[in-house]
Design a protein around this ligand. Structure first.
Ligand code: SF4
Length: 350
């Protein structure tokens, strides 16, 4: 029985589980795994059986500590690496099957914005030339039309036309991230993946870039995957949030439900650590202890048991299944019912 079937059994209805978007899906990930083999007997299970969908026009946040497998999912979605097993479909098409012109179209449809805008741009090229390059590569427009598109996009991302002639070294990190986002949007993608897009920026720049992404998402009807270690970032922009731990998703919920009633001890710890819990409800009970275990040798049973303040004998013996805490909320913990004090009414929104 797969986890989706199980959920339908648990909930007794046909509502999609929270790992499935309510809107028609643009992105469908099924049992995705990426294992890196290191010699005969070692393998790193970077992503290990992940399933979720992202609806058209939806922003899904993917959060977790560094090394939990988030960026591997971005690489799998853009075919920079191949899965060990599982499926990725974009607009109904299995991406492992595409080649030639179809692959070129896929590469245009799915765009990626990285953490480091300095690394994403050639320091020897003017901003205008860097932005025009993907348009030329996809044979879009004449030279003059490409220049006009770039000028319009510079304005749309909040920069003036003088940036066309500048070099990256003449721009701040925030300005360069606007350039990188604009360059991605010039190809009119339907799916934008942002991998820690603000982690190299200071707090005020971070807010500006998140506001820009929110605005662009609305204007362009973008579907987005926002990858971050920072819950404040995903809370700002996402409709739904998936929490990842050591290669697996441990909780998925609508944004407000996740912050109001986090069910998994790891999610609560992340909320407490990010100081988003203004009530102090979760802080004393949950401190993240120790470091993320090595994905070379993940703990048996619940992977979080070595750091969980609530671990019991069962936790190191059996891996918990995904269960539906509500129609739009799934959690992977044996004891989520017992642990949940259901004091959400007291807590209110964080
Ligand atoms: Fe903690 Fe056990 Fe739940 Fe894992 S299954 S999160 S160890 S209580």
């Amino acid at each position: 029985m797969n986890s989706h079937t199980l959920l339908r059994t648990v909930t007794g209805d046909t509502q999609p589980p929270a790992s499935q978007a309510v809107r028609p899906p643009l992105v469908e990930i099924e049992h995705l795994a990426k294992h890196y083999h290191l010699g005969l007997s070692f393998s790193v299970k970077s992503v290990d059986g992940v399933s979720f969908t992202i609806g058209q026009g939806e922003v899904l946040g993917l959060v977790g500590e560094s090394g939990c497998g988030k960026s591997t999912i971005a690489r799998l979605l853009t075919r920079q690496t191949s899965p060990t097993s599982g499926q990725v479909k974009i607009a109904g098409q299995e991406i492992a099957d595409v080649s030639g012109e179809e692959l070129k179209r896929l590469r245009r449809t799915v765009q990626l914005v990285f953490q480091d805008p300095f690394g994403a741009l050639d320091p020897r090229m003017r901003i205008g030339t860097s932005m025009e390059a993907p348009l030329a590569q996809h044979r879009i427009g004449t030279r003059e039309e490409r220049r006009e598109k770039v000028m319009r996009m510079l304005t749309e991302v909040g920069l003036d036309e003088s940036f066309y002639e500048r070099y990256p070294r003449q721009c701040s990190g925030g300005q360069l991230q606007r350039v990188v986002i604009g360059r991605a949007l010039l190809l009119e993608p339907s799916f934008l993946i942002c991998d820690e897009p603000t982690s190299a920026l200071d707090a005020s720049m971070r807010t500006q870039i998140l506001n820009l992404l929110t605005d662009l998402k609305r204007r362009h009807g973008l579907t987005m995957l926002m990858i971050s270690h920072d819950l404040r970032v995903v809370r700002h922009i996402c409709d739904r949030i998936a929490v990842m731990y050591l290669g697996r998703i441990v909780e998925v919920a609508d944004r407000d439900a996740l912050f109001k009633t986090p069910r998994h001890p790891y999610t609560r710890a992340l909320i407490a650590a990010s100081m988003l819990d203004r009530t102090g409800l979760y802080a004393p009970e949950i401190q993240l202890r120790g470091d993320l275990p090595s994905p070379l040798n993940p703990p048996l049973g619940c992977r979080f048991h070595t750091r969980c303040a609530h671990a019991q004998a069962k936790c190191s013996q059996a891996e918990p299944e995904f269960e539906a805490a509500s129609e739009s909320h799934q959690v992977r913990c044996h004891f989520w019912r017992e642990l949940q004090p259901d004091r959400s009414a007291e807590a209110g929104s964080p």
